[in-house]
Design a protein around this ligand. Structure first.
Ligand code: NAP
Length: 485
């Protein structure tokens, strides 16, 4: 009931970086689940490629271990399925920066079928991979390439990456992945907005007081300290994931649900972002607690000025949204792992009821995690005698409950996105100009705090972030939603 399984024609998928963390934790388990779901026709092949010397047998064993560790019992995969899946796996020892392995890889390719190359390697190798795919005759019109974040660290590097791909591939062949866009709820956001009459008339500054987007994590920077310290929450989360969520909330209805129509509208949102007042940005760094080190110890850089938390207020300056602020916050080592978008409607203009509360407001909450689903807070009468006392209660649509027993198996974002690549559907992938526009907006903000050498504010691990982030909302007479545990 949740998803009709439509098998796709046999395809070849090459995972560059097939021995890496992302391949083991996300890409191969996602492919395995699609395999178990019956979506891959006989003849489909998945080829891992990296420098580590390995043969097919060793690679199959290596991936089987990863599947046992990371499949999380999802997707109805019985134990015997791993053996079947192993048959479609093979491996090529290959160096992106040299000639090793490329002839072998090109000989393996079947002509005339869809072939996808997943660049699950650092961005410094994107240009090399694109060039060699071209040189070894694998960059024809049946080819698609998938690239991971980070897509640059500023406008200049993003442009250079775009160019290194565009030298050999058409934009219609490039799939820039943002796994947030593959989440069921995020797509449901579009279904809710554009498939119902109910919300769209209210979706503007006349009825919406403000919008909050929160992506809170309980983990710290862990083993990624070195990368993270050169990046920070703005580059790592806001420029891509939060920006994409903002676009889907704020965009105009596209004329069709087709990739370029949707991405044109998202781009207009990014281009409509107003200047941000520095006082509307709060940056923080988490402190140590009894058990775990703080940010500075984690990244082994006592003088680091990089933020592990950011909250900011911004405006989308157009007819629909002028006067409705958007508040974004994201951070590490916070109180709970919560990702949600809350559309907070204005209060009723006048309260006819003689209850204690002043006036009432509706809140539409789109939960990405935990418990993907959507809530609409509505005001009702409290049951029982004793007059008209009003309470706000959520109308809850948790997908796993609403969609029946199968609903518990909502496909993971990577499952959906990889199959979209195979089908050639770019709607949920970022276009090059979107990425550049997002960097063009982000760059001056980062440059301003880097120029001023502004130090992030320390905050307690397990808290909701620095007090100043709360004050950012209080100044406007508003408050952040609780990070529910
Ligand atoms: P990783 O664990 O360091 O893996 C890197 C992979 O690249 C390895 O398989 C490595 O294998 C291969 N590689 C390195 N140099 C190579 C070369 N010259 N030629 C061919 N292969 C080469 O990194 P990762 O965590 O999987 O991340 C991969 C990419 O995804 C990065 O851009 C990362 O930022 C992005 N990403 C990762 C995650 C995540 O959760 N891990 C999430 C989002 C985005 P050999 O050493 O055997 O060559």
């Amino acid at each position: 009931m949740v998803s009709r399984i439509i098998p796709v024609d046999p395809f070849d998928l090459v995972v560059f970086g097939g021995t890496g963390d992302l391949a083991r934790r996300k890409i191969l388990p996602a492919l395995f689940r699609r395999f178990c779901a019956g979506q891959m026709e006989r003849g489909t092949r998945i080829i891992g490629a990296a420098r580590t010397e390995m043969d097919d047998v060793a690679y199959r064993a290596f991936i089987a271990e990863a599947l046992i560790e990371f499949n999380e019992g999802k997707g109805g995969c019985e134990p015997g399925k791993i053996k079947e899946f192993q048959k479609i796996l093979s491996y090529v020892t290959l160096d992106a920066r040299g000639e090793l392995g490329w002839s072998e890889l090109s000989e393996k390719m079947h002509p005339g079928r869809v072939r996808a190359f997943y660049f699950s390697v650092g961005p410094s190798l994107f240009g090399d991979l694109a060039l060699r795919l071209h040189q070894y005759g694998m960059a024809d019109s049946d080819t698609r390439i998938v690239v991971e974040k980070p897509f640059g660290r500023d406008l200049e590097t993003a442009r250079a990456l775009n160019k290194s791909l565009a030298d050999h591939f058409d934009e219609s062949q490039i799939y820039r992945i943002d796994h947030y866009l593959g989440k069921e709820t995020v797509q449901n956001l579009m279904a809710i907005r554009f498939g119902n009459m109910l919300f769209e008339p209210l979706w503007n500054s006349q009825y919406v007081d403000h919008i909050q987007i929160t992506v809170a994590e309980t983990v710290g920077v862990g083993g990624r300290g070195d990368y993270y310290d050169r990046s920070g929450a703005m580059r790592d989360m806001v420029q891509n994931h939060l920006m994409q969520l903002l676009c889907l909330i704020a965009m105009e209805p596209p004329s069709h649900f087709d990739p370029d129509a949707v991405r044109d509208e998202k781009l207009k949102v990014i281009r409509a972002l107003g200047e941000v007042d520095p006082k509307d940005i709060v940056r923080g760094q988490y402190l140590a607690d009894d058990e775990k080190p703080g940010y500075l110890e984690h990244v082994e850089n006592p003088r680091s000025l990089t933020e592990s938390f950011i909250a900011l207020k911004l405006d989308v300056v157009n007819w629909r949204w002028s006067g409705t602020p958007f508040y974004l916050r994201t951070g590490k080592r916070l109180k709970s792992r919560t990702s949600e978008i809350a559309v907070v409607f204005k209060e009723t203009p006048h309260n006819i009821f003689d209850d204690d509360n002043d006036r009432h407001r509706n809140i539409l909450t789109i939960r990405l995690q935990p418990n993907e689903g959507i809530d609409l807070d509505v005001t009702i009468k409290e049951p029982g005698p004793g007059g008209m006392r009003l309470v706000d209660v959520p109308l809850d649509m948790t997908f796993s409950e609403a969609l029946g027993p199968e609903g518990e198996d909502i496909p993971d974002a990577y499952e959906r996105l990889i199959m979209d690549v195979v089908r050639g559907n770019q709607t949920l992938f970022m276009r090059g100009d979107e990425v550049e526009a997002a960097w063009a907006w982000t760059d001056p903000l980062i440059a301003a705090w880097e120029k001023g050498a502004t130090k992030p504010i320390p905050y307690d691990s397990g808290s909701s972030g620095p007090e100043e982030a709360l004050a950012l909302m209080h100044r406007d007479g508003r408050k952040w939603r609780d990070l529910r545990i």
